[in-house]
Structure formats: structure tokens, C-alpha cells
Design a protein around this ligand. Structure first.
Ligand code: ADP
Ligand code: ZN
Ligand code: ZN
Length: 806
């Protein structure tokens, strides 16, 4: 019998980042399992904290007195062994605290401020009554003595009690009332003879009750109201007579009520290309092979149908499937299609749900009631078991990387889980990340391609408008004559248009309006970032700094300035230029409220507007048959991003948004306005030529020693005192330079773009390397040393393969 529990305590510091031994009180012997949260005393004082049991031991590792576990917070484990291991692995690979990783994997409702209480269960006994002592419910507080807790655990195991959760400030578990017949069918028949024959409702109720008692049914009040025609007040009155009992039962909140009850869709007959792809994936699923596929399919090539039929295969084997999408709010159509095919077997997890909804979905998954999970990044940790297939849609999206600790990439988490589950992974995109495409080139991933649209529908024609000349040709404001004419044509034909205002890298860089020149770092080939506070341009990689130029170094024009235009400004310009057009605007301001995205998208789908104007959030996953024009107002801003991925991001954005046009029988047209129409990223996007872009971009990355040829790590230090932060980062840079080989490049230190954030000063270093066995240990040591000094106010962040260099 285990007497010791190994506990990770909720004290996120380096010194406490390991399991501590606690004594299991004898009354709780056999009840405590890994994956349960417990309440313990920590340190020398009286401080009490929560912790996660990660293991058990027969005896303590050392002699000495162990502190006992004070209370058990979870009557059943909230993490299984797979996810406990996953948390440990995550902590090690992302340099995050173990407890932080554990908390990342649990829903908010399982935070300590959640109230847990028990009520009498279906198999309530004398012991239940003794425990509740006349109360309806008993709250499980950390100060419950272990003996009482042990009793509660035993009763829960035998359904003598039912467990409930309620967050302190939010709604508790939702219930609906059910009718439970209390008498025998014979007794009801007997009663019928005593009730007047013309009391029709009473007779009906008694007949129904007799029927339910015979068939052991307990229908909900709502069902009875609609199907039998009895009212709640009649049922309540009958409860008063002791004929029945109204029992509140827990129901799950359904975040997508509009999709349930619909008839399920049937699989489409696959095209030859789709068939080839599906059979390769299903082969791996069938053979339980943890193979990673990169599915490169142009927009509209039918990737979603491939996912659906691959999921069906996993389900047919009795396994489950986990599908990740970049941001669900932006892809309601994807959720609709998965729910439409698999109905209630689907659980949806994302940040747009209320905590209660999230918790309900999470429990449905943990209890094995959902076989398909669709979710955004954090759903990578969904408590699914027996997973037979993993899918990451739009795998190139930067939202798959988490910026805060733990700084993980969803792809790594998924591939790690896939290996454990012996299941394949499908990474899908029309514009795969260079890293993934390069891995496919090397044979690490299996490349699958869907080079054509369904029914060989043509990709839309893309015209480039050179904005450097547009003003001589009748452009008005941000609109070229060509774009205005095309918009007018759609209005005349009652077709729809999508307008993209690219706000990536918005007004953070300086560009010449005459020649399109963007000021770049002489050392790094990366755009310099505008710092308004110091009126300088800075390189975020190497720290190079120069004054903001007054004339363009390229053409001598004085029209060099920072670039920027807002959606609101464009919207009012549209009203003036095209007064007849009905415009829907989608940006951070109009989508702040819950469900805001969906509302706008639904309105557009219902033809309540002619033009959908938005930021990059409109580029994803929309499939509207009547959209025949996509206009890009400014293709350039993302080229100015101070990031070696600027070209890749621009290519992806333009290709994705172009894919929104002409998806049904009407041909599509795309108009891209640019000050840099000769830039290769824009040229390849015009041809929708991913492979061409890939080759050229790889050559450029090779020349600059950038990923995927080199790996990168970003180390950030912050302190409230600027001097202290600067001093720390320079000594850290020295330490790294000494520890690493001369093949590694240590860039910086540089101040963060937002030099001061929440009263802290940030400095960073970027390390580029190929093969550095010393890097891992050195970073771990640095982390360790810095943690010793957290009391002096330092914070350090280590980010492997950062997607954000600002
Ligand atoms: P992608 O995800 O690659 O952009 P979609 O999955 O949205 O492409 O497919 C584009 C359109 O083609 C959708 O309207 C979809 O219903 C339709 N489609 C997909 N596969 C088939 C098929 N085998 N037969 C007929 N239509 C299909
Ligand atoms: Zn110029
Ligand atoms: Zn530089």
C-alpha cells in the first residue's frame, strides 16, 4: 500500500519545480491516485497551497518527518497518466514550470476557487443520510477532515453521493427537472378509479405515470409538456399529492444549439485525388502507425471532406479523433461541417465559450461521451483517450504557437501525443509553413497533394495594381480605379465582394509611397521597426538603430512615412465612393462581443450586405458561393513586418484570401493593390504557386541562415529597473557566447519593441543555431540562476522557435 504521494505544488518557482513527498493519512489510504489535486502545507510557515499528485510511493525517499496531505480536492483524477506525462514533457521541452503546464491542461472551472459540493446520489444509503445530516448539500472545503473526506470518497464510488462543481462567481451546473413516478402501475390504476372520469387531465396524467412506472421512464418536464400536453403546474400539483417526484438533473450546456437535431450529412463520393489521399491516411490509421502527413491542397480542393472521411475511419475502429483549427470564432463553417457529419459525438472547445460551457464539454470528453473533439490551440490537451487520428487544419497559422509560458507549438504537442497513441497526424494547408514543407521534402513527413479545386473549378484570376502609379490613373483615397470599377460591377450584378485591409505590421515600419521602399537592417535583411518614443528605427534581431529618414534612400522622394489606414476610415470612404453598397465591417472593434464573428458572417451569408470589409480575420475558411470579387487594399503592410517570415506571411495571407473568391459555379476575380507589385511573395501569390514560392523562399532562408535551415531561440529578460534589465541581458549574452560553439549566432541584445510594458523593461536575445548540444543545458542553468534572483524582480522567458520577434 502506498503511503507517500508525490505532489507538484502550486508555487511556480524553480526551487519548487519538482515533486514533493507528502504522507497519505491512513484514512485516505487507497483513495488517493495520481491526477487528483490535493491541499497541502508548504514550506516552514503555515502557508497552504494546492498541488497535483503525480505519483505514489511505498515509502518516503528520505528519513524524516513528512507532512500529511490535508485534503483531497478531486474525488476522481482530473488527469490520466498520459496527460500527466505530457505535462512533464511539456515542462522540459518549453522551459516552463511543471505546475504551469499542469494548469494549462485543465479547464478554468477546475481552479481552486471552484466550489465542489455533494448531494444525495441515486444509491443514497443510511451512510449518505448520516453524512448530510439533514442538509441538501455539503461543500467540500479544504478543511474537511480526512476521515470525513474518506467517507465521501467511498460514497461517491458507490453513487451514494453525487458530485457537483460551481465556480464562485458563475452559474453552477445546469439542471432540468425530470418526473420520477413514485408508485407502482397498480397503484396508479387504483387511483384512476377514485378520480372523476371527466377529469381528463388527471386521467391522462395517471395513465402516463402508470406507463412510465411500467417502462421505468423518467421523462423531463419539457418533454411531457410538448408530447403529452400536461403543464408544469399540473405536475407540481401531482408531486404535492405524492404521485411523483420532480428531480433536477444535470445537463450539459450546449454551445452550438443551432447545429443539433439537424439531419447528419452523408459522405460525398470522393474525387480520384481525394480518394488517393484518404486511403493513404486511413492505411496509417488502420495500421496504428504514427505517421505525419502534410496535406498540401489548394483552396477549395476538398480538404475538409478528406478530414471527415479520415475521422470516420478512426471512429469505425472504435477510436476517437482530435481536430484542431486556428480560431473557432473565425471558422464557424468548419464546426458546422464536423457537427453536421458526426452530430452529438462532437465536442467543441475554444476560448469563445463561457467557463461553464467549456467545463461541460471538457467533462463530456473526459467521460468518454464525445468521440470527436474540435478545438483551438489549447484543445491539443483535450482529455480524449484512445485517439486514432489527429488533424491540424491551416497548420501554417501562427496562432498554433503560444506566446506565454508554456511556449509550445501545437504541432509538437500533437506529434508527441500521436506517438503515444500510435495514430497518424494530418497537417493540412493550402500554404504550408516552410518548416513543415521542408520536413516533407526530407521525408520526415509524408507529402500528400490536392493540386486542383473540386470539379477542376478554376482558381480565381488575380490582377496586381501598382499603387505607385495608381494616382495618375484616377485612384481615390485607398482605392484604385480598377478596384472601384470591379466593386461597382458586383453591385450591379447583385454579387458579393470581400475587401481585405491588411493590418499585419500596421504602421510599425516606414515605407516610401513613391517607390515602395521599406527601410531594412543592413545586417539582417529585415525591416526596421519604428520606435515613436525615441524617433528611431531599430532592428529587433541585432539591435542596429538609425534615425527616421526624411527622404527615401532609394529614390530621393520625400514621401517616405509610416504606413497606415484604418478599417473605419476605409468604411467611410466606401460610403462616399459607393453610396449604394451595404458594408459589413469585421475587425477587433466589431467582434469584441461573444459570437460577434458568427453574427457578422451569418449576416453576410444571408446577403444582408454587399461588401464584407475586414482585417486578416476574414481570410480564413469562408465558403460563400456568391462572393465573386476579393479586393486587397494594401498587400504591403505585412511585407514590412520586422520578421524573417514577412514574405511567407504575406504570401499566405494573399493566397488564402484569394481562395475566398469563385468557390461555386461563378468565376472569381481578385484585385491586389500593392506598392511592391514585383515582390516575389506577391508574384507567387498572384499565380497561387505555392511550390514556386517555397523554392525561392528556401533559397533566401538558406542565404540568411534562417529557419528551417537554422533553429532559433529567443531569450527575454525583464525588470522594473531598466539598468538592471540591461545589465542582466548583457551578462546572459556573454554566458551564452562562451557556452556555445562559434557556429551559433547570438544576436542582440536589443530592447523589446514595446520597451516598457506594464512598468517592466524588456530586453531580448535571439540565438540562431544548427546543432548545439550545449544549448539545452546552458538555458536550463540560466533559468535556474535567474530564478534564484526572482526575489530581486527578474523575469526570464525562453521561447524556442518564436513566431513573434517583437
Ligand atoms: P478546402 O477545405 O480544401 O478549401 P473544402 O473542403 O471547403 O475545400 O471544399 C470546397 C467545396 O467543395 C465545398 O463546398 C465542398 O462541399 C465541396 N466538395 C468537397 N469534396 C467534394 C466531393 N468529393 N464532391 C463534391 N463536392 C465536394
Ligand atoms: Zn522611394
Ligand atoms: Zn539587424
Amino acid at each position: 500500500m502506498s503511503t507517500v504521494a508525490k505532489v507538484i505544488v502550486d508555487v511556480p518557482t524553480m526551487q519548487t519545480d519538482r515533486p514533493f513527498d507528502y504522507l497519505i493519512p491512513s484514512v485516505l489510504a487507497g483513495e488517493i491516485r495520481p491526477g487528483m489535486r490535493v491541499w497541502v502545507q508548504f514550506g516552514s510557515g503555515k502557508r497552504q497551497v494546492s498541488g497535483m499528485v503525480v505519483g505514489l510511493a511505498e515509502a518516503p525517499a528520505f528519513d524524516g518527518e513528512l507532512k500529511p496531505i490535508l485534503a483531497v480536492l478531486d474525488p476522481e483524477p482530473v488527469m490520466d497518466q498520459e496527460r500527466l506525462d505530457l505535462a512533464h514533457w511539456l515542462a522540459q521541452t518549453t522551459y516552463a514550470f511543471w505546475i504551469t503546464c499542469i494548469q494549462t491542461m485543465l479547464p478554468t472551472m477546475l481552479k481552486v476557487d471552484t466550489v465542489r459540493y455533494v448531494t444525495a446520489g441515486p444509491a443514497a444509503s443510511d451512510a449518505t443520510a448520516a453524512l448530510l445530516a439533514g442538509r441538501d448539500q455539503l461543500e467540500l472545503t479544504p478543511d474537511l477532515d480526512p476521515a470525513t473526506m474518506a467517507q465521501i470518497l467511498t460514497l461517491l464510488a458507490h453513487e451514494g453521493l453525487t458530485l457537483h462543481y460551481q465556480s464562485k462567481d458563475r452559474a453552477k451546473v445546469k439542471t432540468v427537472d425530470h418526473v420520477v413516478p413514485l408508485l407502482t402501475p397498480e397503484a396508479y390504476a387504483e387511483l384512476q378509479t377514485t378520480v372523476r372520469a371527466n377529469a381528463a387531465k388527471q386521467q391522462l396524467l395517471l395513465t402516463s405515470l402508470a406507463n412510465w412506472a411500467t417502462t421505468k421512464q423518467t421523462p423531463s418536464v419539457k418533454t411531457i409538456e410538448t408530447t403529452v400536453g400536461l403543464t408544469r403546474s399540473q405536475l407540481t400539483a401531482a408531486a404535492g399529492k405524492g404521485w411523483l417526484r420532480l428531480e433536477p438533473r444535470e445537463v450539459y450546456r450546449n454551445p452550438y444549439p443551432q447545429y443539433t437535431g439537424e439531419k447528419l450529412t452523408t459522405p460525398l463520393p470522393l474525387t480520384t485525388d481525394q480518394q488517393a489521399v484518404v486511403s493513404q491516411i486511413n492505411d496509417a490509421t488502420g495500421a496504428k502507425r504514427a505517421e505525419t502527413f502534410l496535406l498540401e491542397g489548394v483552396t477549395g480542393s476538398g480538404k475538409t471532406e478528406v478530414y471527415l472521411q479520415a475521422i470516420a475511419k478512426a471512429l469505425a475502429m472504435g477510436r476517437t479523433a482530435l481536430m484542431l483549427v486556428p480560431e473557432i470564432a473565425l471558422t464557424p463553417q468548419m464546426v458546422q461541417r464536423v457537427k453536421g457529419r458526426f452530430g452529438n459525438a462532437v465536442a467543441v472547445l475554444h476560448s469563445g465559450l463561457s467557463d461553464g460551457e467549456k467545463f461541460d464539454e471538457w467533462r463530456r470528453i473526459a467521460r468518454g461521451e464525445a468521440a470527436v473533439v474540435v478545438g483551438a490551440r489549447s484543445a491539443a490537451f483535450a482529455p480524449l483517450t484512445n485517439i486514432g487520428l489527429f488533424i491540424i487544419d491551416e497548420e501554417h497559422e501562427s496562432s498554433y504557437k503560444q506566446d506565454d509560458a508554456p511556449r509550445y507549438h501545437t504541432r509538437d504537442v500533437i506529434r508527441h501525443r500521436a506517438a503515444l497513441h500510435h495514430a497518424p497526424v494530418v497537417l493540412g494547408s493550402a500554404t504550408p509553413s516552410l518548416e513543415s514543407r521542408a520536413r516533407a521534402e526530407k521525408g520526415v513527413y509524408t507529402l500528400l497533394r490536392l493540386p486542383n479545386r473540386i470539379n477542376h473549378q478554376a482558381l480565381p484570376t488575380v490582377s496586381l495594381i501598382d499603387m505607385r502609379e495608381a494616382y495618375q490613373n484616377g485612384a481615390q483615397g485607398d482605392f484604385s480605379k480598377e478596384l472601384l470599377t470591379a466593386l461597382q460591377l458586383r453591385l450591379d450584378r447583385h454579387e458579393q465582394s470581400v475587401l481585405l485591409l491588411n493590418r499585419r505590421g500596421y504602421s510599425s515600419f516606414v515605407m516610401c509611397r513613391e517607390c515602395g521602399y521599406v527601410v531594412q537592417c543592413p545586417n539582417c535583411d529585415i525591416s526596421l521597426t519604428l520606435h515613436m518614443d525615441t524617433h528611431t528605427l531599430k532592428c529587433h534581431y541585432c539591435g542596429h538603430e538609425e534615425a527616421i529618414p526624411h527622404v527615401c534612400p532609394n529614390c530621393g522622394s520625400n514621401k517616405i512615412r509610416y504606413y497606415g489606414t484604418g478599417t473605419q476610415k476605409v468604411e467611410s470612404a466606401l460610403h462616399e465612393l459607393l453610396p449604394a453598397a451595404r458594408v459589413l465591417r469585421m475587425d477587433v472593434d466589431t467582434t469584441r462581443k461573444k459570437g460577434g464573428h458568427e453574427k457578422i458572417l451569418r449576416a453576410f451569408g444571408n446577403h444582408e450586405a454587399d461588401i464584407l470589409l475586414g482585417t486578416q480575420m476574414i481570410a480564413k475558411g469562408l465558403d460563400y458561393p456568391d462572393v465573386t470579387l476579393v479586393g486587397v487594399i494594401n498587400a504591403d503592410t505585412s511585407l514590412g513586418l520586422p520578421d524573417f517570415r514577412a514574405s511567407e506571411r504575406t504570401f499566405q495571407l494573399l493566397t488564402q484570401v484569394s481562395g475566398r473568391a469563385g468557390r461555386a459555379d461563378k468565376p472569381g476575380e481578385v484585385i491586389v493593390q500593392s506598392f511592391n507589385p514585383d515582390h516575389y511573395a506577391i508574384r507567387y501569390a498572384q499565380k497561387q504557386d505555392y511550390e514556386g514560392f517555397f523554392r525561392q523562399e528556401m533559397a533566401i532562408r538558406h542565404r540568411g541562415d534562417y529557419p528551417p535551415y537554422f533553429f532559433t531561440v529567443k531569450v527575454t529578460v525583464s525588470h522594473q529597473d531598466e539598468q538592471q534589465a540591461a545589465k542582466a541581458i548583457y551578462s546572459l549574452a556573454n554566458e551564452l557566447k562562451q557556452a556555445l560553439s562559434d557556429q551559433a549566432l547570438v544576436l542582440g541584445p536589443t530592447p523589446g519593441a514595446i520597451a516598457r510594458l506594464k512598468n517592466r523593461y524588456y530586453y531580448q536575445i535571439v540565438i540562431k543555431y544548427k546543432n548545439e548540444p550545449q544549448l539545452g543545458p546552458t538555458l536550463a542553468r540560466i533559468l535556474d540562476e535567474t530564478q534564484q534572483s526572482t526575489r530581486r524582480g527578474f523575469q526570464i522567458g525562453i521561447d524556442r522557435e518564436p513566431v513573434n520577434f517583437i
